[in-house]
Write a protein that binds this ligand. Structure first.
Ligand code: SF4
Ligand SMILES: [Zn+2]
Length: 133
């Protein structure tokens, strides 16, 4: 997708969130997200952020934009049988087990966070043992 089209989809998306999302508070705020800001207004390294609520409940009101938006973010149409959305980034995932919560890249990230936590706890235990606590 070329840059002009990308910018056009993004700005129409923001306008739609502002005017039609029930959670939008004005001033780019959001009633339901952690931090209280509308996720769509964050700049990110990729094309932009995805809000699952927006995709499910607001975007379908604008079918043309929905099609372009899904194309842009690689979000398949639910009618084409998406299993679910990644709990972290909101992109669609095809579940391979009932426990799967994240897309591939977010699950790598979650695994990294868990591993770091385990290592830190291990080091703390070693330190306590060495000190005889
Ligand atoms: S983050 Fe999602 S739910 Fe919140 S205001 Fe933005 S579009 Fe709406
Ligand atoms: Zn993800």
């Amino acid at each position: 997708m070329n840059q002009r089209k990308l910018q056009s989809v993004k700005s129409r998306t923001l306008r739609l969130a502002r005017s039609n999302c029930a959670n939008f508070t004005g001033q780019n705020g959001c009633h339901v997200t952690v931090g209280g800001r509308c996720a769509l207004f964050y700049e990110s390294e990729s094309n932009g952020n995805v809000c699952p609520y927006f995709v499910r409940s607001v975007l379908p009101g604008e079918p043309k934009l929905e099609k372009e938006y899904r194309e842009l973010f690689g979000i398949k149409d639910e009618k084409e049988s998406i299993d679910d959305y990644c709990e972290e980034c909101g992109r669609s995932i095809k579940r391979s087990s009932n426990r799967q919560k994240y897309c591939g890249s977010c699950s790598d990230e979650q695994a990294r966070i868990k591993r770091n936590k385990r290592n830190r706890e291990y080091r703390d235990r070693q330190r306590r043992d060495a000190l005889g606590f």
